[in-house]
Design a protein around this ligand. Sequence first.
Ligand code: NAP
Length: 517
Amino acid sequence: MKELQSYLGGAWVSGNGSAKEVVNPSTGETLATLRNAGTLAEAVSYARTVGGKNLRAMTLPQRGEMLKALAKLLHEHREELLDLSVVSGGNTRGDAKFDVDGATGVLGAYAYLAKSLGDGPWISVSEPVEIMRGSKIKAQDVLVPRQGVAFHINAFNFPAWGMVGKLAVALLAGMPVVSKPGTSTVALAARIGEIIVDSKLLPEGAFSLLVGSAGDLLDQVRGQDVIAFTGSADTGLRIRSHEVVMRSGARVNVEADSLNSVIVGPDVEPGSELFDLVVRDCVTELTQKAGQKCTATRRILVPQSALESVREALLERLGDIAGRTGDPKQEGMRMGPLSTRSQLDDARKGIAALETNARRILGDPERTDFGGAEGYFLEPVLFEATAEAAKDPSSQFHQREVFGPVATLLPYDGTVETAAAIIAAGEGSLVSTLYTDDRGFAATAVAEMAPHLGRLVVASEKSAAASISPGCVFPVVVHGGPGRAGGGAELGGVTGLALYMQRTTIQGGGSQLARML
Ligand code: NAP
């Protein structure tokens, strides 16, 4: 049995204490074991000093070339990584591609971005401005790499994209990374770590990998460090309120829970291409990665007049997937299991909570027969609320993210005001999607809904054919959201880099500034 190791202080190390098992969630079979690492003080200090110095000695184009080489490397291992993603994450092959190709995609996108950032080790991000009208003294902002460590603490659901996506951005910015993947699916992240380390493409100290629990990681945080956390709001709160983290003043970015929505506009007619897109996107977002996506749709707002058609279409499509939920290695399976027994237990508890304010119209959360597979399966579950419950912010579907293939239909009166109030009841989301050709509705939606969202996707009949399911996060687009979603911002081109860099104003004589910057 393989024991997964951490890569700390420039060496592979086994942990100590009792061994934990990493299992295939479709079968319960043990894939590997791991032990928690001991104190991380030396490893973090090594990354901070050696890795930071090495990366800052490189120019942005050199760091970009490094990302390009990493993208090529991962692509060469693609088949192996997809296979591992299927057995270690319960992913269908399509789900596995979403994660693995997403990782390569972020590397490629940031390698490309590097070409537009100048030839130096830092970035000028503004034009020089006179500090007072007529003054020869000017001011200009630069982004310089922070001289600390980037701590990447990731959720279990995207072991490849989560780890590599954050890594790409921090490395291009010039910060060394200590990456701590979610434990239940760490086998894939650990293998990617092995591939990266073996390639020797990164300078010494630029990348460390911690398998198992975080241990005393947060005790090592210092003021120049960055913590980029993705996971539940509860863990996010624990990290934010950790005494060492608070005292240090380190930058903390939190990507947490989210109650994403779909808003079907009052003009969407059954039979139209836009209607079909609504149904296709809802089904994708409910079932891709068995609904274990931070961007998955949880609330589906439908005008009363279209409720019956949307309901019927979803019941048919999701019912079909219920019949094809099982071990993704078996032919014809469309949806795999949840990641662990405790995720399944949590999802069942969440479903029971949703029952207080909505009626379950599809799915049996207690179903155990999935073609003989023994894993942590949950068939798609669809709820429907009344229009009254939909407007009540205390309803559970506005409070609780059930991390599985679970969503609720929320009828509304077709006005943008009611839809916006329902969106706001989620107290902050990563993404929501509006389907409409009504320009007035869309414009008001931007003003009323956008403050509650990290991203608002607007789909129309004209753009329907080119539309991509809203849960897909592109590296040029900011990923994050206000309130419940954590208040963070990752990716988004230079916005993502800014997380790992200090924005400093350089103020001085105009010609001096022009020579320096
Ligand atoms: P989680 O339980 O909060 O764990 C996230 C990460 O934090 C894991 O690596 C975990 O390690 C680590 N961790 C746990 N306790 C910690 C502590 N005290 N100090 C430092 N690290 C600690 O979340 P999860 O179950 O993996 O992921 C599901 C949640 O993530 C969902 O709520 C989902 O919405 C959210 N999510 C959000 C986004 C986004 O971009 N907004 C993306 C994906 C997922 P162990 O695994 O070793 O416990």
